[in-house]
Design a protein around this ligand. Structure first.
Ligand SMILES: Nc1ncnc2c1ncn2[C@@H]1O[C@H](COP(=O)(O)OP(=O)(O)OP(=O)(O)O)[C@@H](O)[C@H]1O
Ligand SMILES: [Mg+2]
Length: 257
């Protein structure tokens, strides 16, 4: 199962949720990989990825001559957390992007993901806040897309255009791509507007997931401690919501399988 966390809007929680949902899957015994496709490398920092091989080198292999191409799994490394591996991001992705694009390497990540799925039960992909070569590659290679939003009106406007782009990717490249759900992140229970936005999206038929995630400073503390919430604060309310969200996703996926 390959999930990509995507939203063109920045700062909505893509990296935070990639790591935390992946860490929950790993904690539950699933062999899990986090793939960092963002030049900011936030997920790589969160999981203390070590210098060495990274995703840029994997892409680079596709445009340079190699006697032996290294399989994608050789670019992954373990983290401090059991069952949780990372394929680290790299700032060099930015330099490679135009060449990969001009040489039509858009399906190369799909090939790599298909071989990685033989080694991992779950793959979570973090993307940059843009529909660039890499996020498009991820959407082409993934089974599903999770869209975090921060419940404001800009998020809602962005969602409409995002949906059109996802529909186009589904039609042109990946008929299996599902929008697994929209995650209401940094949800303020007491405020009226976020609830109203969610209700309106639901009325319009958008699949907002039934587990909103509250805003909590614990998330930032977890980044600082480089430890996912399920390990750092297993009893915290936000962790409990993440666990519930993960369970919902797994049950929903099992029903549709
Ligand atoms: N539920 C939450 N409660 C409190 N803070 C949160 C929560 N979710 C995310 N944040 C904070 O919001 C900021 C943005 O989160 P994050 O980096 O995960 O978003 P992103 O979508 O990956 O951003 P970018 O588009 O820049 O990659 C971070 O400082 C993070 O700690
Ligand atoms: Mg991010």
């Amino acid at each position: 199962m390959i999930r990509v966390l995507f939203n063109k809007k920045g700062g909505v929680g893509k990296s935070s949720l990639t790591v935390n949902l992946a860490a929950i899957a790993a904690k539950q015994g699933l062999k899990t990989l986090v793939l960092d496709l963002d030049t900011q490398c936030n997920t790589s920092a969160y999981l203390s990825a070590q210098p060495g091989t990274d995703i840029a080198e994997l892409f680079e292999q596709t445009i340079t001559f190699h006697i032996r191409r290294r399989p994608a799994e050789e670019f992954c490394q373990p983290t401090a957390f059991e069952n949780l591996h990372i394929l680290p991001g790299s700032a060099r992705l930015a330099e490679l992007e135009s060449e990969l694009h001009s040489r039509h390497k858009i399906y190369k990540l799909r090939e790599a993901l298909s071989s990685l799925s033989e080694h991992y039960d779950r793959i979570f992909i973090d993307t940059a806040p843009a529909l660039n070569f890499y996020s498009l590659s991820a959407l082409i290679g993934a089974d599903s897309c999770l869209i975090p939003i921060d419940c404001d009106d800009f998020s809602r406007q962005g969602l409409y255009s995002l949906y059109q782009q996802i529909a186009e990717i589904r039609e042109d490249h990946n008929a299996n791509l599902k929008v697994e759900g929209i995650i209401a992140n940094q949800f303020m229970q007491q405020a009226k507007l976020p609830r109203q936005i969610i209700d309106e999206l639901l009325e319009e038929g958008y699949p907002v997931l039934p587990v909103p995630l509250a805003q909590s400073v614990k998330m930032r503390e977890s980044h600082q401690a480089k430890t996912p919430l399920v390990s750092m604060a297993p009893k915290h309310k936000l962790t409990q919501s993440l666990l519930e969200l993960h369970q919902h996703l797994e049950e929903q996926a099992a029903k549709k399988a």
